[in-house]
Design a protein around this ligand. Structure first.
Ligand code: G4P
Length: 534
């Protein structure tokens, strides 16, 4: 069943072309640079260097909030759509600097695959680990790009081992670097033993790199490849043949193996090969699990089901004069048309999806139609909450979004007790939008706020001041991690410097002073389970 105007084949073809993905990485690994190169190689921009704006006052289209400009960072996480070869790519932005937040995690739930960018000198870092854990939980297949090969880095084989050990996944090298640091001159594609040698482009890889393709057997005769470099590549390739993991697309899609590529996003070495492999390997939108109103589990097929979508992110106040927010919806099935009237499942009423927009290469534009995998932004006059399902048919809800382990905690109160009502209203609005989580002590006497990143508290206080005219005092609490507790709280042996609270769904959460305390708590309470995601 589809809308009359869309023949099934057209919907199927549009869906098959979609690649909706996110980049997971630790700050500075090269996510922004790789994004730029995607735009460069898609032909959308002719010279790289336009997507900047995360640091140092250079602005992007998403810099909208006063505070963002003051800090020169981007708080907003949104999506960009552009064509890449035969694919239509939807890149979800996962903020990673100080603006790392629950939104970063939630955005991942809207992705069908992820690219993990790793700095060759640093290996697997904390934020990468955390984001990878979400991919694993959501069964999102991950491609690995070892970046900054033009700088002195660690041995490629070491990096492969680290990925495997730190993330408990098999890593399979699709290509292998020739030389490293200033001697990084090319890559060998392992499947057909063809080599790509790259020539340096203008500074910063602003234009496409010149590539010379030759068989591996001829590499020795090339002037830029020393005997040592050749010996090293041959040695590594032999070792990989014997001890490396095989690669199949099925194993990649099931999350058992991550294909590994080597590149320098800055100089463009290896970038195009990687992007081509990405669009070949990454899945198009598949079926999504949902709960029918009678409680039965169903699978929402992107092509067979008419339009359906869910809200994965709310972004406040594009215009500070209004309290409107933008709701970002991920389309899960069917064709979307502007001004479509759909069922809002939680509210049990029809709503019109008016003024939909998307970001195409950072330019906001109105969406006339969209397909599964696409992200649309809808002005939200307070009707959408995180996780809401909308559809043409009604009768089911996509699985609730998980809550992610908060890492910072505080008590918050209005400076003027007379503003208590406005304070409560603002706080509950922002909790609904997912800016912060509100938790209560087990006896309900006390409330506290929790978030994944420090900036969320700043956003909360800023918005309470500007939108609700409430000045607040924040007392930080000395906890740095938390976990949802499965099991009887009365028999849970709490370590020192910990506290038990309840989340909005009345589930018990334990707050810990540090990671060590959490580990001790796990050891001491073998009959309880401490979960990082709720
Ligand atoms: P992020 O979004 O993951 O935080 O990283 P981003 O792309 O901003 O890259 C962080 C820094 O690393 C930038 O330098 C960028 O130019 C550099 N970089 C990214 N990829 C490569 C690479 O393959 N090789 C080398 N040598 N450098 C790379 P910056 O000096 O901090 O910023 P900028 O002044 O270049 O903007």
């Amino acid at each position: 069943m589809t809308t009359e105007t869309t023949p099934l084949s057209e919907l199927a073809a549009a869906t098959a072309r979609r690649r909706t993905f996110a980049i997971i990485s630790h700050p500075d690994a090269g996510k922004t640079t790789l994004t730029e190169k995607l735009l460069l190689y898609s032909g959308l921009i002719r010279t790289a260097g336009m997507v900047r704006g995360r640091k140092g006052g250079k602005t992007t289209a998403s810099d909208w909030m006063g505070m963002e400009q003051e800090r020169g960072i981007s708080i907003t996480a949104s999506a960009m759509q552009f064509p890449y070869k035969n694919a239509v790519v939807n890149l979800l932005d996962t903020p990673g600097h100080q603006d790392f937040s629950e939104d970063t995690y939630r955005t991942l739930t809207a992705a069908d695959s992820a690219i993990m960018v790793i700095d060759a000198a640093k290996g697997v870092e904390t934020q990468t680990r955390k984001l990878f854990a979400v991919c694993r939980m959501r069964r999102i297949p991950v491609l690995t790009l070892i970046n900054k090969m033009d700088l002195p880095g660690r041995q490629p084989l070491d990096l492969m081992t680290e990925v495997e050990q730190a993330l408990s996944i098999h890593a399979s090298a699709i290509n292998w670097p020739i030389g490293s640091g200033s001697d990084f001159v090319g890559i060998v594609n392992r499947a057909d033993s063809m080599v790509q040698l790259f020539s340096k482009t203008v500074r910063g890889g602003a234009t496409r790199v010149e590539t010379n393709t030759l068989p591996l057997a001829e590499l020795g005769s090339h002037s830029r490849v020393s005997e040592e470099m050749l010996a090293q590549v041959q040695h590594d390739l032999e070792l990989l043949e014997i001890a490396g993991n095989p690669f199949t697309r099925a194993q990649f899609l099931s999350g058992e193996v991550t294909p590994v590529f080597f590149a320098s996003a800055l100089t463009n070495f290896g970038v195009e090969t990687f992007l081509d492999a990405f669009v070949d390997l990454a899945p198009s939108p598949g079926a999504r699990p949902a709960d029918r109103e009678d409680g039965a589990e169903v699978s929402v097929n992107p092509i067979e089901m008419p339009f359906s979508a869910y809200v994965f992110k709310l972004q406040a106040n594009m215009n500070p004069k209004h309290r409107d927010s933008t709701a970002f919806l991920r389309i899960c099935s069917g064709r979307f048309e502007r001004d479509m009237v759909v069922k809002h499942h939680r509210l049990g009423r029809d709503i019109r999806l008016a003024r939909p927009h998307s970001l195409v290469a950072q330019e906001r534009s109105t969406v006339e139609e969209a397909y599964p995998g696409d992200i649309i932004g809808i002005i939200n006059p307070g009707v959408f909450a995180i996780g809401d399902t909308v559809s043409l048919t009604g009768g089911f809800n996509f699985k609730p979004l998980p809550q992610f382990q908060p890492e910072i905690f505080a008590r918050l109160r209005p400076t003027d007790v007379g503003r208590r009502k406005a304070f409560d209203k603002g706080l509950s609005q922002m909790a609904q939008e997912g800016t912060v989580q509100i938790m209560r002590s087990l006896n309900d006497q006390e409330a506290l706020i929790a978030a994944v990143g420090r900036l969320q508290f700043d956003v909360l206080q800023y918005r309470l001041r500007h939108e609700y005219r409430v000045e607040t005092i924040l007392d930080a609490l000395p906890f740095t991690c938390s976990a949802w507790l499965d099991g009887d709280p009365s028999t849970f042996k709490s370590p020192s410097a910990s506290m038990m609270v309840k989340d909005k769904r009345n589930r018990v959460v334990v707050l810990f002073g540090d990671q060590l305390m959490k580990t001790i708590a796990r050891d001491r309470n073998p009959d309880h389970v401490l979960r990082d995601m709720g």
